[in-house]
Ligand binder design. Structure first.
Ligand SMILES: [Mg+2]
Length: 232
């Protein structure tokens, strides 16, 4: 059995900035800060790490505690529902090229188990995937709500995948993501890595971080699946 752990934003879907708009609204509600020009690049980072970096940038990191983080994230999930509902009205949620076919192909084979390794809070991941119609593909995962550290949440995803698949039958894991962070933390967690240039990073930038495979998109499904099988 091969565990295939997907990043969400830039890898499976694009939500046209809805996540960051919800994040900024929650920052204003909780910490009373208005973000005009965000200097933090969020892709590849976990939600708790993005929060920490934005507060540090605004010299408000002394206000970060478990209570304020909890308040911020519960606001964020409410605003995320709202922001996603807005983009759904104008049809701007986008499933990235090849993704639907690839997920269907993987889930129809008994030697693959599909999970998530994402910096999104689990609640945020599920809101995004539900609205994209992809939630049902993923029965386990590691999330930003499990750890601020992407290596750690990827390890958690692997452990949950082993439990899901029943221990002893897992041969290895692949992480599929769109940023150098997905590659670095996937590798640190002991997974093989596939980088896909469907997010904010180009092929050359992704290749430079040494993934096992670099692709412009998740097409064609059959050759990606046979690549994964040859690595086991
Ligand atoms: Mg991503």
């Amino acid at each position: 059995m091969i565990l295939v752990l997907f990043d969400i934003d830039g890898t499976l879907i694009s939500t046209d900035g809805a996540g960051m708009r919800a994040f900024h609204r929650a920052l204003q509600e909780t910490f009373d800060i208005r973000i005009e020009n965000q200097l933090i690049r969020p892709d590849g980072k976990t939600d708790p790490l993005i929060l920490r970096e934005i507060l540090e940038q605004n010299h408000l990191d002394d206000r970060l505690c478990s209570d304020s983080q909890q308040e911020m994230f519960s606001c964020y999930l409410e605003f995320l529902e709202d922001e996603i509902a807005k983009i759904m009205k104008s049809g701007r949620i986008q499933i990235l090229p090849g993704v639907s076919t690839f997920l269907k192909a993987l889930s129809s084979e008994s030697d693959f188990a599909l999970g998530l390794a994402t910096g999104n809070l689990e609640g945020g991941a599920r809101i995004k995937l539900k609205n994209a119609g992809l939630n049902g593909f993923f029965h386990f995962g590691g999330f930003g709500s499990d750890s601020e550290d992407r290596t750690e949440l990827t390890r958690i995803a692997i452990l949950r995948g082993m439990h899901h698949a029943s221990p002893g039958v897992v041969d290895g894991a692949f992480v599929i993501g769109d940023t150098p962070f997905d590659v670095m933390h996937g590798r640190n967690a002991g997974a093989f890595t596939i980088a896909v240039a469907s997010g904010g990073y180009g092929i050359d930038e992704l290749r430079a971080c040494g993934p096992d495979l670099v692709l412009p998109d998740l097409i064609p499904a059959e050759s990606i699946m046979s690549f994964m099988r040859t690595r086991m």
